[in-house]
Ligand binder design. Sequence first.
Ligand code: PLP
Length: 355
Amino acid sequence: MSLFRPNIDRMQGYVPGEQPQDSDWIKLNTNENPYSHSPRVAEAIEKAARSRLNVYPDPLVRSFSEEAAKLFNVEPDWILPANGSDENLTVLVRSFVDPGETISYAYPSYVLYESLAEIQGCPCERLLLNTDWSWDLERIRPQVEKTKLLFVPNPNSPSGTLWDNETLVKLIPPKGVLVLDQAYGDFCSMPDKGALLKGEHGSRIVITRTLSKSYSLAGIRFGFAVAHPELISGMRKVKDSYNCNTLSIAAAVAALQDQEWMLKNTRQIQATRERLTLALRLLGFDVVDSQTNFVWATHPERDHEELYQELKARRILVRYMKFPETINGLVTGLRITIGTDAQIDTFLEKLKQII
Ligand SMILES: Cc1ncc(COP(=O)(O)O)c(C=O)c1O
């Protein structure tokens, strides 16, 4: 007899990308930043490590909220810091969705949303995207109407595409909350990151952000949500009191204070992304124009799983992805993180040999 709740027994559990701990891999599988964090981050961690670690950190994480608020032109009470953006996704589900209420998400996108729904014990609906990654708003309207919490990564993963605000507004569930997961928001041209929050329906939108990608801090685990203070104060009741630790808070504050460092790295990644896109197209791949730090590549004739295995045998990791029930049935492909120029050169050289 199992002691677990039946929905935990039934679920498979989210499987994160492979994380080999030896350093001789070219790792293009989990959208980490190939460039190091700002030197100010290391200094801040060292200083914090010499501080009073015997006391709990600030549960409101005010030092970070003040920095993040400036980026979105809001007050600090619009910010909810978290132990990685994934933690805020969990907090959102626990805050807004009763078992039995419906969670929906753009499909194909980040399948973690589905695992979170399974844990909560609520039905999860996939809102099927068109083959060109656009929305058929009429087709999905009945699903949106019954949704309590709708997750939309913008830009999306694995496509790398960005939807405009005019489209996103139409996705706000009439009886629920729209979550715009902007994990990759710094790699695209997004004129006003928080514009929708200040619009007519702003009190039903939550933006989530991470420092794992553009700030090169995946190992630190830090993310934050931006939303109307009424939503943030409710979510604060759900999170762990001390969800961010003294060292990670120091690192995250220092990272946000060095915007120049982040922008320099994202510009470099954008340039490498354009070069990789062209090179893959010359090798016969279909590559979606990306607004992120990865590209989605499919080949009309090659087996994607085989390509992934061949690359892995050469110590290059990319993400083989398989979406069984898209609007077009089964879709597979390779999601390739933008590495350094040298990593991408090696990747292309090996891929040419394989192809
Ligand atoms: C769409 C999306 N949201 C959230 C995350 C997780 O971010 P974090 O590392 O801050 O938990 C990822 C990580 O790959 C992602 O792709």
